[in-house]
Ligand binder design. Sequence first.
Ligand code: ADP
Ligand code: MG
Length: 530
Amino acid sequence: MVQIFKMLKRNTREQEEQLRFPTLGEAIPASYKILERYPLNAPFAYATIAQEPSSSTKIYFLDEVPLNPIEASVYTHLLNILENELTVPRDKINPREYFMQQGKRVLIKYKRKVSLTSWNKILYYAERDLVGFGILDGLMRDPNIEDISLDGVGRPVFVFHRRYESLATNIKLKEEESVDNLITRLCHMSGKHISTAYPIIQGTLPGGHRLSATYKREISPNGGTFTIRKFREDPITIVDMLNLNVLNHTLAAYAWLLMENRATAVVVGTTGSGKTTLLNALLTLTRMNSKLITIEEVREINIAHSNWVALTSRPIYYTGGERSTEVGLFDLVKVAMRMRPDILVVGEVRGEEAYVLFQAIGTGHGGLCTLHADDAASAIQRLTSKPMDVAPSFIPFLDLVFVIKRITLPSQSSSKIIRRIVSVEEVINVGNYLKMFEWDPISDTFTAQPFKKSIKLARLSRDLGLSIEELEDEIRRRSLVLKWVQQKNIRNYKELSLILEDYASSPNSMFSKISAELPKMDVEIEAEVF
Ligand SMILES: Nc1ncnc2c1ncn2[C@@H]1O[C@H](COP(=O)(O)OP(=O)(O)O)[C@@H](O)[C@H]1O
Ligand SMILES: [Mg+2]
């Protein structure tokens, strides 16, 4: 805490000289066209996306209520006093409450008066700077922002926005010292220490956000850099995907039936196509009582299962001259196997961890992963070559390959991005795949093979003692359940998991309840043609 106060004090003095609150971004020039504006922390902070008049360049403006010179000076003054007077146990205090109580006391003691509005503004900055992410706080609160990065001194902070992709922001740190302070602060928040001796840090910020940072000009000639990859609290679910037509109800119902029965699957696509997101959505379709272990380099997966262990790899780092050991995906997969998971998940396979994952799959564990490839054939090709080196005899244990694509549609003003599951293929063995679903780009619909052809449903019918016709009926029923869930707008992963689990544990009572409601809803009860 004292450390943070010291840093803030340095910053705010600079700003005081400028008689303008220092960390505030540039204001929006009047000539810019405003495309969108939404609150981040109302009424103090808003996001505005605006377009430059002469080009199509869009800029993200973090629009914060400014402090007038008096408020800024009160704020600085309070920080100074609090820094000197801070005596309470530091890890126990709630900085907002502390600032509020102590601040009032200090104001009375020093006979300074501010209006309620001013006081609220001061508290906003206190909270932002003491418990929040400082000048990045607004960006961290924006659920549309996926990552935040800085490439060096004097350059704008960049964000990756869900709707506009990469955007420069109006936040620019012109002083080398401000960049160093911000990076040092972020590293502190993730419990790591960055210095000239250890200039590269990987850490996890409060809230599970992943931080990578480099210090000063040690290895980055333009000055310190950082990238924050934000953890998505509210993952995209299968219902969101149905709403966006990433897949249709029959495909979702087929996937649900198989995932519930512990099918193994690989999600395939290019970077940013939505593999991890689809993997997450598929995990929600598995039974809630399954023991799940997920292994990732950066934590992205977020599910509602209670018996879930999330492991992340760790690079080498240094503390007080000690060199830590690296813990890679391969080590984690080995550890996970000792924990006896029902379903083992590797966020993205690239190397020898694939080999262990497939051994697990071959010995009857459920398993899922994502893989960078274009289709089932190239995915299996990659899996069976170095460095993954999965033995071809393990390939038939893999049930499904989902291929997802991110497609940019040209449109008049700005391009539109859509994602589609372009195929679902059942794996028979190396070189032999059965395309059960395929996306047709012309009509933007999905076509399916007759379920009688499905190898995986045939196996399930033997395992469950049900005929293929009964499984077909089950898929139709589930497709209706999903339509019902969609109509009810149950999209949140926690709520959705509960509903799906309800259905899995007592399908008949749940289905009769749903069927009673369906006629009142705008749901097409006719099952789709298989
Ligand atoms: N169906 C979708 N609709 C909207 N956004 C999506 C969808 N799937 C993924 N995204 C977004 O696209 C970005 C990349 O997705 P991700 O699953 O991480 O891709 P990959 O794992 O293929 O690199 C993420 O920020 C995610 O939120
Ligand atoms: Mg991914």
